[in-house]
Design a protein around this ligand. Structure first.
Ligand code: GDP
Ligand code: MG
Length: 163
């Protein structure tokens, strides 16, 4: 089986842009991956001789009635369960949000291999502007720009390294 990378994070951080960078074919997985549910986006990618599967999640909106993130419970939890490595995307320009903290808390609890990625970091002074993300307690912050294709190769190398 190819390793499965799941993209999680609040809406608008650039998950789908990153998904498009990481994959060439969309929704291509059917028979070989019968265990994967189909209400999210799947794609396949390849770097060097290493092939992988990517899951995009739609993000999630706060559920006002219950005060929890309903879509997170569905999409993020399912994607995380299916993943070998979770790629947690935050917005390097917008900075930390309460939703980021909630997702981080969940990921720390689950304890799956996780990479923290600050997107939209093109032209940023990383050391200064991204330091706040260390608060999430998930270790190193990897600066990337999905839109500009920066840091993508290094991200894939890191994601596949432990597998
Ligand atoms: P998602 O909701 O997490 O899937 O985010 P999208 O991939 O739909 O992107 C949300 C917005 O962020 C879009 O307007 C993208 O063009 C923009 N965006 C994505 N990646 C980057 C990036 O690397 N840099 C900048 N400046 N904008 C980006
Ligand atoms: Mg999206």
């Amino acid at each position: 089986m190819k390793p499965v990378l799941a993209l999680v994070g609040r809406p608008n951080v650039g998950k789908s842009t990153l998904f498009n960078r990481l994959t060439k074919s969309r929704d291509a997985i059917v028979a070989d991956y019968a265990g994967l549910t189909r209400d999210r986006h799947y794609g396949q990618g390849k770097q060097g001789k290493h092939e992988y599967i990517v899951i995009d999640t739609g993000g999630f909106e706060p559920d006002a009635s219950s005060g929890i993130y309903k879509e997170m419970a569905k999409q993020t939890q399912q994607a995380v369960a299916e993943a070998d490595v979770v790629i947690f995307v935050v917005d390097g320009r917008a900075g930390l949000s309460a939703q980021d903290h909630d997702i981080a808390k969940y990921l720390r609890k689950i304890g799956k291999p996780c990479l923290l990625v600050a997107n939209k970091a093109e032209g940023m002074r990383e050391g200064i502007q991204l330091s706040e993300f260390y608060e999430l307690g998930l270790g190193e912050v990897l600066a990337i720009s999905a839109a500009h294709g920066q840091g993508i190769r290094g991200l894939v190398d890191l994601a596949l390294e432990p597998l």
